[in-house]
Design a protein around this ligand. Structure first.
Ligand SMILES: [Zn+2]
Ligand SMILES: [Zn+2]
Length: 122
């Protein structure tokens, strides 16, 4: 029988990230996947750089439009990584806000450009 390192108790599985054996007491859940306490601490405390970047670019997109086009796929990919437990849960709010903002800005910007072109050429 496998034992967890911190408690020496029978393991109920292994950590999704580091593969360490985890007992009932060590086991933490994130996005429906088991993690050891150490990994959760590392993954869970702060939003990833990608999530922060996505939100920053989405905000910049309000002024310059183009960054929003980059922010949208970045935020989308980050949300997928969070759902798969490969990125910190703490980034979820950042990434979903970034996706919403970037989506909005992209559409509004595209419409504004289309209207501008229409006016210019008619
Ligand atoms: Zn771990
Ligand atoms: Zn344990």
């Amino acid at each position: 029988m496998e034992l967890c390192a911190p408690h020496g108790e029978a393991s109920v599985g292994s950590c999704t990230r580091c593969g360490a054996f985890i007992c009932e007491r060590c086991r933490r859940w994130m996005s429906e996947k088991p993690f050891c306490a150490e990994c959760l601490k590392r993954l869970g405390d702060r939003p990833s750089r990608e999530a922060v970047w996505a939100l920053g670019l989405a905000t910049l997109g309000l002024l310059l439009w183009v960054p929003a086009l980059v922010a949208f796929p970045l935020a989308q990919r980050e949300l997928e990584r969070i759902a798969q437990g490969r990125a910190p849960e703490a980034g979820r709010d950042f990434a979903s806000l970034a996706r919403a903002l970037a989506g909005f800005v992209s559409v509004v910007g595209a419409v504004a450009i289309a209207v501008g072109l229409y006016r210019a050429f008619s």
